[in-house]
Design a protein around this ligand. Structure first.
Ligand code: ADP
Ligand code: MG
Length: 394
């Protein structure tokens, strides 16, 4: 995005009432289908790149998750940089997540959205599976939170990230997938500060159906899952409620030392119905959850309407669908089109990482070279992508 196309905050502040009204009217006139069309246009404008792994050079570690290490790589022919997500085949076999790697590839291939990391190609070598992904240079939102006092972000930041994330999830849902792995560590920023949702490792194509597999981070598990009813795409909107609460207050609404404590909290909250929901909203507005400045009524409403135990009453899932989010009072006067076109100035421009992620910080299993039975498993790995030696033509 050219920097000159950013609308400066001072311009926004000096808007006349008529301009503000016009913007609010146009926001209402833009339906949620139109937002999908604009996202498709924006995504098509950045032409998928033809990456050949034989020209890729590894430059350092960007981060790691429970399964993968992610490396900064550069195509020596073009100078372009990518994120290379690497998974050890032996680890995939031992942890039984080979099918998940194939599903992650399929999910990423189905997506084309400015706020979701794009997949350029996949390949494998003797010991690893690799995804070549669009690079999000700004790090993850957990790191952004860590740099703020008490891990709390201002409400205006939370609003920008909530809107961007909602658009990304709407796209994932429109392709029939449920995301299932929301947490600040999986929400990345590009160098300008625009959001890039990463890690579709738990995404699953469900359409209108329910899915029953236990997965995702405990704090983000929706109550329907704990009741044994499985989950739908509605579970992602519950997770957005948890996520925004966490950005604002520095901690999730349901916490505990062990998973069972967290699950008890979620279940108790859900059984207490509207009363507990109201209490959570009051706590937010009255600044009793540690927020440094009071949180607006509209913002608190957004969070509590997402954190409704009944899926049919949850914001984003009730009859009005995504329009419920788009036209929510918290987003009155919010320019969704400018956000999608990346003509809105992000609230925070990430500083370039001061030091590379250290290999010692990775989860111990991630880089382990575990033996596995090739005769049994290589047939499954074949579905992942072609075999080639990275950097062999440099
Ligand atoms: N496209 C990317 N650009 C920059 N960093 C990334 C990218 N994808 C992942 N990372 C970094 O690597 C970490 C782990 O990646 P992730 O896909 O979440 O792996 P896992 O499936 O093991 O959780 C992320 O939290 C982030 O810090
Ligand atoms: Mg992850």
């Amino acid at each position: 995005m050219p920097a000159s196309s950013c609308r400066s905050p001072s311009q926004a502040a000096s808007d006349t009432l008529a301009e503000q009204l016009a913007r609010a009217m146009s926001a209402v006139a833009v339906g949620s289908e139109d937002l999908e069309k604009i996202a498709a246009e924006e995504s098509a404008a950045s032409v998928p790149e033809n990456v050949d792994p034989v020209y890729l050079q590894r430059n350092g570690l960007l981060g790691g998750g429970g399964y993968a290490s992610v490396w900064l790589t550069t195509d020596v022919r073009t100078g372009r940089s990518y994120a290379l997500k690497q998974l050890r085949k032996g680890v995939a076999v031992h942890l039984n997540f080979t099918p998940r790697c194939i599903l992650e590839r399929q999910a990423l291939e189905a997506m084309a959205h400015p706020f979701i990391t794009r997949l350029y190609t996949t390949f494998q070598d003797e010991a690893n599976l690799y995804f070549v992904l669009e690079l999000a240079r700004g790090g993850d939102l957990f790191s952004v939170q860590s740099a703020q006092p008490n891990y709390m972000l201002p409400e205006s930041w939370a609003k920008f990230y909530a809107a961007s994330l909602s658009l990304a999830l709407r796209h994932i849902h429109s392709k029939g997938f449920v995301y299932r792995d929301l947490k600040p560590e999986n929400v990345l920023l590009d160098e300008h500060g625009f959001l890039k949702l990463a890690d579709l490792g738990l995404s699953k194509k469900v359409g209108e159906n329910r899915t029953y597999t236990q997965c995702g981070t405990e704090e983000y598990v929706p109550p329907e899952m704990l009741k044994g009813r499985g989950r739908t795409r509605a579970s992602d909107w519950w997770a957005v409620g948890v996520f925004v609460f966490e950005l604002l207050t520095g901690h999730p609404p349901f916490e505990g030392d062990k998973p069972s404590d967290i699950f008890d909290q979620i279940s108790d909250y859900a059984s207490a119905g509207d009363q507990a929901n109201q209490r959570l909203g009051d706590l937010l507005v009255q600044n009793k959850v540690g927020a440094s400045i009071p949180i607006s009524m509209e913002c608190s409403l957004f969070v509590t309407q997402l954190l409704r135990a009944e899926e049919h009453r949850r914001l984003g899932c009730a009859a009005e669908g995504f329009l419920g989010i788009q036209q929510h009072p918290w987003f009155v006067d919010f320019d969704w089109v400018a956000l999608l076109r990346r003509q809105m100035r992000p609230p925070h421009v990430p500083a370039p990482a001061s030091k590379p992620f250290a290999e010692e910080e990775l989860e111990p299993q991630v880089l382990k070279l575990l033996p596995y039975d090739k005769a049994v498993h290589d047939r499954e790995f074949k579905k992942f992508g072609p075999t080639c030696i990275m950097g062999s033509k440099i």
